[in-house]
Design a protein around this ligand. Structure first.
Ligand code: SF4
Length: 328
């Protein structure tokens, strides 16, 4: 599988003002009178032109985090700053403006596209909602978007079922790009695709980022493909931040036992460089009743007495490399 342009760009070094600032974000759902702590304190700055990978197993809160950051969910607590203002205090006019700038690409192109709508209607819908371009101009814009994502503009009248999975995800990407956004939450955009197609979609997202100056939050459940698109990676577990660093640093020198376990599952093409496989025992505990202290302790082979008593602090172990673990 070929991935173009693998060098990791550390854009955080070149831009000092974040596009998105997430501060102490929490999102709890009420389930049977109990709090399900899907996101339990998230702090993150995302810089213009950067891709931050957000990684964790299913049920770790990463999709909820992505959706709360763009206010598809109202938060339980915390703030998200965009253009210097907390989006949870935006009025209707500011929200409409924000919806143009901030978009989402969904995991499942089969489910996220209305099967009864043509490609023209699907990509034209956001333009219609925001009253941008009409008639011939709208059609030209849709054809331009189809070309941009590598689809044939002559297929504008086709329905989603007439496309392959990878092509359908391209339609989803074109729809997300229709309003010229600045920030896109990519919610597991390649998880439902064949491995052979995943690299194509990742390359397309990288090319579009360079052409359009896009900023991404790229959500994934494993670390195998995230390296190739992310400048930095945040690892989450049970709604909590486990580790954050520049992506090369995370792969070369993972600190947190959870990151090490996730990385050990990633195949390395060089047989001389194999990592020791760490198999995580059991499932992610229920976020309704998370373990005391370190939430990872029930599956951690390094767990100590203190891990049950005290939640580890978020500390910077080396420049730009943070983790929450009592081993540091
Ligand atoms: Fe393991 Fe303790 Fe570190 Fe948690 S704090 S990851 S239980 S060593």
């Amino acid at each position: 599988m070929k991935i173009d342009n693998l060098e990791t760009k550390n854009k955080t070094m070149t831009s000092s003002t974040p596009l998105i600032q997430v501060k102490n974000l929490k999102k709890y759902f009420s389930v049977g009178g109990h709090d399900l702590k899907a996101v339990d304190t998230l702090n993150l700055d995302i810089y213009p032109g950067e891709t931050v990978g957000l990684v964790g197993e299913s049920g770790c809160g990463k999709s909820t985090a992505g959706r709360t950051i763009i206010r598809l969910y109202e938060p339980t607590d915390g703030e998200v700053f965009y253009n210097g203002k907390n989006i949870f205090s935006y009025n209707d006019k500011e929200m409409t403006r924000m919806r143009r700038d901030i978009q989402m690409i969904f995991q499942d192109p089969y489910a996220s596209l209305n099967p009864r709508m043509t490609v023209q209607e699907l990509i034209g819908e956001p333009l219609a909602i925001h009253q941008i371009a009409r008639g011939k101009k709208r059609r030209e814009r849709i054809e331009e978007l189809l070309k941009l994502v590598g689809l044939n503009p002559e297929h504008i009248s086709r329905f989603p079922h007439e496309f392959s999975g990878g092509q359908r995800q391209r339609i989803g990407i074109a729809r997300a790009l229709a309003l010229n956004p600045k920030f896109i939450v990519c919610d597991e955009p390649i998880s439902a695709l064949d491995v052979s197609i995943q690299a194509q979609v990742v390359n397309l997202l990288k090319e579009l980022q360079q052409e359009m100056g896009l900023t991404y939050l790229f959500i994934a459940h494993d670390l195998s493909m995230v390296k190739y698109i992310s400048d930095r990676i945040l690892v989450m577990y049970l709604g909590n931040m486990m580790e954050l660093s520049e992506s090369g640093q995370l792969y070369d020198n993972p600190l947190h036992p959870y990151t090490k376990a996730l990385l050990s599952a990633v195949p390395i093409p060089d047989p001389n460089l194999q990592r020791e496989r760490i198999v995580l025992q059991g499932d992610v505990p229920s976020p309704i009743n998370p373990p005391s202290g370190c939430v990872f302790r029930t599956r951690c082979t390094h767990a100590m007495d203190i891990c049950a008593k005290l939640k580890p602090e978020w500390i910077e172990v080396e420049k730009g490399h943070y983790t929450a673990c009592h081993l540091y």
